[in-house]
Write a protein that binds this ligand. Structure first.
Ligand SMILES: NC(=O)c1ccc[n+]([C@@H]2O[C@H](COP(=O)([O-])OP(=O)(O)OC[C@H]3O[C@@H](n4cnc5c(N)ncnc54)[C@H](OP(=O)(O)O)[C@@H]3O)[C@@H](O)[C@H]2O)c1
Length: 270
C-alpha cells in the first residue's frame, strides 16, 4: 500500500525527462515530499515552480551526489540517455550530419567519443547513485527496459546495437547486489507524452488515449509499448508496497483498461 506520509522524502533522478516529470507530478499529488536531482537547476525550477527541492548533480560525477542525499528515504531513478547516438550523448566535437552517419556505422567509435553514453549514464551513473544512497534507504526504484535478459533476440538485438541494454543490465545487477531494497521496472517502448525520445513514437506522437490496460510480467517475456503515464504510476504506486520489494518486473499496456487500475492487485501477482 502506498503511504504518503510527510516523513518520506523522495529523490527523483531524471526528473526533467518525460517519465520523470510525470513521476514528480504524481508524487506531489500523493503528498510526498520531493527533491529532484538535475544537471540544470533553472530548468527544474521553471518546470516544477517551487513545489520541489532542487539539488544540482550529474550522476556521472560521484562527488556531485552526496549533497543531494540528506534525509532521502526513497530514490526513483528515471534518468537515461538515448539508445542510439544523438546530441544527448554529448559528443566532444559536436558532429555534423555526415559525421553522425559515420558514428552510426561504428558503434565502438561512437561509444568512445560520447561523454553521456549509455555506459556512462545508465550503468556508471546508476552505480554512483547506489554508492552514495543512504544506508537506511527504504527503496531504490529503477527504470530499466524490457529485453535486458534477451538482448540477443530481435528486436532487442537492434535496440542494443549501442549498448543500452548492456548498460541497463549492469545497473540492475549493481542494484540487486547492493543491500538496498529495490524495485526494478522494465517498460517496453515508451508512448504518450511528454515526447522526449528521438524515435518513431515521438514522430507519430503515439498515445494510448488512456484506453489500454496495464500488464505486468516477470522473467522478461513481455514485449510491447508502455505509456509513460503508467511507468510513472508504477514508480509511485510501488513505494512502500512490500509486494514490490526486491522485484524486477516488465510493464506493458494492452487490452481494455478497467475503469480503475488496481495497482495493489497487479503487484500481488509478482
Ligand atoms: N524511450 C523508450 O522507448 C524507453 C524504453 C524503455 C525504457 N526507457 C527508459 O525509461 C526512462 C525514462 O525515459 P524518458 O523518455 O522519460 O527519458 P528522458 O525524457 O530522455 O529523460 C532523461 C532524463 O535523464 C536525465 N539525465 C541524462 N543524463 C544525465 C546525467 N548525466 N546526470 C543526471 N541526469 C541525466 C535528463 O536530464 P537533463 O534535463 O539534464 O537532460 C532527463 O531528465 C529512461 O531510463 C529510459 O532509459 C525508455
Amino acid at each position: 500500500m502506498t503511504s504518503n506520509v510527510s516523513e518520506n522524502l523522495v529523490l527523483v533522478a531524471g526528473a526533467t525527462g518525460g517519465v520523470g516529470q510525470l513521476t514528480v507530478a504524481k508524487l506531489l499529488d500523493k503528498n510526498f515530499k520531493v527533491r529532484v536531482l538535475t544537471r540544470n537547476a533553472s530548468k527544474a525550477e521553471n518546470m516544477f515552480a517551487g513545489k520541489v527541492e532542487v539539488a544540482v548533480g550529474d550522476i556521472r560525477n560521484l562527488e556531485t551526489l552526496p549533497a543531494a542525499m540528506a534525509n532521502v528515504t526513497h530514490i526513483i531513478c528515471c534518468s537515461g540517455t538515448t539508445a542510439f547516438p544523438s546530441e544527448r550523448w554529448d559528443f566532444e566535437d559536436n558532429p555534423n550530419f555526415l559525421e553522425y552517419f559515420g558514428l552510426f556505422l561504428n558503434p565502438a567509435e561512437a561509444k568512445a567519443k560520447a561523454k553521456n553514453s549509455p555506459m556512462k549514464v545508465d550503468a556508471q551513473g546508476v552505480s554512483n547513485l547506489v554508492e552514495v544512497a543512504p544506508q537506511d534507504l527504504k527503496q531504490f526504484v529503477f527504470i530499466s527496459s524490457c529485453g535486458v535478459e534477451r538482448k540477443n533476440e530481435f528486436p532487442y538485438s537492434v535496440l542494443n546495437s549501442f549498448g543500452i541494454l548492456d548498460a541497463k543490465k549492469l545497473a540492475e545487477d549493481t542494484i540487486k547486489n547492493s543491500n538496498l531494497p529495490y524495485t526494478i521496472i522494465r517498460p517496453g517502448r515508451l508512448i504518450d507524452g511528454p515526447y522526449t525520445s528521438y524515435d518513431l513514437n515521438t514522430l507519430l506522437q503515439a498515445k494510448t488515449d488512456g484506453n489500454l490496460a496495464v500488464e505486468l510480467g516477470t522473467g522478461d517475456r513481455l514485449t510491447g509499448q508502455t505509456s509513460r503515464i503508467d511507468v510513472a504510476n508504477a514508480c509511485v504506486e510501488c513505494l512502500n508496497n512490500s509486494s514490490c520489494y526486491n522485484k524486477a518486473f516488465e510493464i506493458v499496456n494492452q487490452g481494455k483498461r478497467p475503469s480503475v487500475v488496481d495497482w495493489d492487485a497487479l503487484f500481488e501477482q509478482l
